[in-house]
Each structure stands twice: as structure tokens, then as C-alpha cells.
Design a protein around this ligand. Sequence first.
Ligand SMILES: [Zn+2]
Length: 657
Amino acid sequence: MKMSTYLVAFIVGDFEATAPVAADGVPLRVLAVPGKKRLADFAVAIGKASLEHFSRYYGIAYPGDKLDLVAIPDFSSGAMENLGAITFRETALLVDPETATRAELERVADVVSHENAHMWFGDLVTMRWWNGLWLNEAFATLMEMLAVDAWKPEWRRWDSFAVSRAAAMQIDGLKSTRPIEFPVEKPEEAAGMFDVLTYEKGASVLRMLEQYLGAAKFRDGIRLYLRKHAYGNAETTDLWDALEESTQEPVRALMDTWIFQPGYPLISVERSGRILRMSQQIFRYLQDGSDGERRWHVPVFVRAGTKAGVVNQTLLLTETEQEIELDQPADWVVVNAGAHGFYRVRYSQELLAGLHHGGMGHLSAVERFGLVNDAFAATLAGIVSPADYLALIDQMAGETDVNVWTAMNASFHQLQRILDDAQCERLADRLEAVLSPAVARLGWTVRPGEGELESQLRGDLIGALGILANDGATQDRARVLFADYEKNSEAVDRNVIPALVAILSHTGGTTEFNKFLARFEKAQTPQEETRYLFALANFADAKLIERALELTISGAVRTQNAPYLMRAILLNKHARDRAWSFLKLHWSDMNRQYPDNTIPRMCDGIIGLVTPELEKDVRNFFSAHPVKQGSKQIEQHLERLRVSVACQERWRSFLRG
Ligand SMILES: [Zn+2]
């Protein structure tokens, strides 16, 4: 059939295939190296479900006549959407649902759905050139969410998407960000586009558009676009044409501000009687006044509590400042209601008090996520003080949502990297006061009838209490439980095991290191293999750090994983100085051994090198040793390091006091 050449794959190797199942009449199989076929059932189930979901959503049958999902033992990407012969790294396809955590299962469901979505977006209709990569990847990411959400609504996939959106906002708040789409002339520029801005920012702004237009109208526009350009190439402008034709809305003017302009706005909101005043300005972690005035067409979703009840309004904010008039004065206001918007919100003191007054009761889980995430970003940018951020955390003691906790824990991880030991202790005490009651509420064992997200939360919180809050009792209990698990693999819930492994690696010594190394070598599933491998990066002992570093270049670790092991060691505070020297010494070796696209990802670990001296050395090193591809990402890592060093003094003097 007519298709782009980059989507053709010939695969030679010793593979076993599952018996074909019919997905919308198409035979679907999973292929793996001998011995691993037993881990394919979950992928077959989501493969079939998502393929059927997409042929309904797009209103177009799957364009091929068979679909093979192939697990490749060493693969530098996550997966690749060859038409009818999709290739995956093993962790993204093969999984044992009896022993894997919910998060690990979700990853397989995500990647399989993503690649299946490409069979239409990317394969049936292909971008004309690499500048339009987001047309493939942002859409496949959006469709992946829709399919997984339809398959397992209890996972609340759109809530956890907030974590991905936050990752994109973290990069897009830097001066070294880029627009989603830009002219591509060199191969390195095309390679550099495979990042969170193309995938996660792209998917976020599409979700924002979908919510603004309405899901059915949006889908109709997508169907029209696919029908018009089937077996051909398309540009971004073709998509806007189709969406405008089907919705009669000025989609192009709105979306051009998000696709061709880097960054995103901070929306400030104030109340004056019945009026809500909204204004927009660019959000930057480091402000130097050089940005000038930038404006976006921002769909602002507002929910307000008034005497007459709760009201919802949408404003398309296109000017620097606009107003909404309510029928009654609002007691409280949620801006970015539903949290689909790709922007941050800054409430006036009065409106913030109004939200806090009702506890967090006015906010949904994903809106609380936004509140915490925006507050921490504002803290890094120097807009919100450390005291105000911690006061917000104190209010979250009753929090029950796994993603909100992810945002809080991530912020503490980041802070611990920039503080000295005594200050970390003080911060750990603050966190412990919030975490302990949360763990006590959930208990250490699964309760009858609890949801999968609750089980995941238990594991996350135990890990945070044992590591971030450095709680001795939790660490003791983790050791006992892991010993039980060694005797009987069913003694501990699968969602708690990664926390035990993480705690033991942070607190353990040679015995634990050897144990985990052996488990890595003899792992029965790809998930276990990576769990024990990356645990080796966490040890504090100097000799064990050396052994972990040695593994990155000895050939004992697949090249798809070795760069990420190196990244994890750089992020270990006890190892960072040594790891940085090791990386410099073995730089050319690593560049020879590792796939080119993993080098900038490995270098993400330099954000852990938070001292003014290391920062200077890192900068000098990368000016003398430019990377082959992904120089933009290196620039971004360096700026993130700058952001951390810049806010270090603020946090240190606060915690000293
Ligand atoms: Zn993709």
C-alpha cells in the first residue's frame, strides 16, 4: 500500500508469536524472543481494545491487513510505529499483570495505545516534513490518553496526565525553550524534536482545544482531516482548515499562538465586586525583562461559588487584560477549572484566602495538583516565598490523590538536592508531619475493595516517608517486609515492593547492593530488571557508587538502559561529585557505546549538580564537548541547573532561620 518509507520495517531474529486474535477483523499478535511470550497477554488485551477504540473514534478502518507488536531486546527509543510491525522496548510491551505495579501496567497500556494511534495519525496521514512532527506525536499522545481512559476509567488517566503536562511546563518555562513547531533543516534538528514539547506540550494544547470546542466537534474535525489527507502528507495548516470547516470556530488564530510561540502565560486573577479581572504575562523561572510582551489566545475556564450557587464560565482571553462579569459576587473562584489549560494561575491574596477558607473542598484532585504545582513553580521563580509554599503543603495533610502527592514529593526531591544535610533534616520534619498521618490512614496492607490508585498511593507514600522524610521506623519496617518478600513473593503487595527496594537502596550497604545486582541479573520480567538495576544508583557508600558507575560502561547493562543508570547516579546526592568526574572521564566511551538520542537524556542528570562550583564546571565542559544531537536539551538542563542554584540561597536562608 502507499506509505512513507520511514515506516517500513524488516525484522530478522528468533521470535515467538502469540496466536493471532481478531481486533476489528485484523489479526493481532505479540512477538518476543523465546521464553517471553508468557508476558504478552496484557499487551494483546490493550492492543485489541485500543485498535477497536481508534477505528470507532476516527471512523476509518485500520489501514493495514495485520498488526504485529514486536518486543526488541535492546531498543534506544520507547517504540516505533512501523505500519503493521510496531517495535517496542521490552518494558513497554511485555509485563506480568500479577507482579507488575499499576504504574508499570499503565506504561504498557500507554505505549501500545500510542503506537496504535499512529497507524492513522502518522501512518495513514504523514507529516510533510519534520517541522510537523508534533502532528504525529502530540496527536498520538492525546489519542493514547483517550484510549486508555476509555479502557480503564478507574485509572483516571487524564488526572495523571497532569504530571506529564507539568513536565512540559517545567521545560517551557525556560528561556531556552522552543516553539512546538519550527523550521527543520538539519538531521540533528529533526532528532532534537523528540522531546516533552512535541509530545506533552503538544498533547496538552490539543486537549485544551478539545475541551474548548467540545469533544464531538473536535473529533469531527479530526475525521475530516484524516479523510481528506489519507495516503498522503499534511501540514499543520491542513489540520486547522479541517477543524475550522467542521466547527466554524477560529481555530487557527487560537492555536497559532500555542504552536508557533514558545512558552506559556501566567494568568493573574483579581476580584472587584461582581467582576473578575484576568491578565496574562509570560511565565519564566528566570526573569530578566527581555521577553517583551507576548500574548496567547487562552481558553480560561472559570468555576465560581456565589450566593446563587456554582457557576461555570469560559473566557477566551486574547488581550493582555479582560474581565468576566458574574451575576453575583463570588465567594470563591477556581480558574483553569478542570485543569486542562496549558498555563499557570496566580490568585490575588483575597481569592486565595477564599479557596483556603473552604479547605480544599472546592477543588477537584487535578485542580489541587495545579495549585501545588503552580505554587512550587512560582517558588522557584521567586514569586512565592518558601514560607508560603510550605504553608500550602501543611494544608494538604488530608490529601488522598496519588498525583497531588506526586507533585508534592517531586518538589521535596528537588529541594533536597539544593540543601545541606541539616536543612534537609528540617525540611524532612515538615514533610513527615504531612506524610505520617497519610500513611497511617492507608495502612501498610491492601484493604478489601480498595482501588488500584489507592494501592499505588500506599507504595508512593511509604517510599516518600522512608526516603524524603528519612523516617527510621518506616525504614525498619521496610527491611522486615523485604525479608518476608524474599521468603514468599506473595507476602507483600506488588505496589509496595518498589518502595521497599528504594528504601533499602537508600539506606543499605554491600549486602543489599549484591542482592539487587543478583536480582537484576536473574530478573523474570523487564520491569523487575529495571527496578533492581536503577536501585543500584541510590547507594551512599563510596565503594558501591564506584561499582554502579562501572556497570554503566562495562557492557553488563543493555545500552538502552546504561545511560539512564548514569543519569540516576548523577541525581544521587552522595554520588554526584564522583559521577560527574566519571562522566567526564568516560565521555567519549559513552558516546561510542550509547545510542545518540540517549546522550542528552543521560545529561538530564546534571540538574542534580547543584553547587556554584559544579555548575561552572558543567558549563565549561559542555562548551568544550558539544553533543551530536539534542544541544537544545543540554541548554535546557543547564538553565534548570541555574534555576536551582539561583533559588538555593532563598531556601537556605529560610531554613536557617
Ligand atoms: Zn509516537
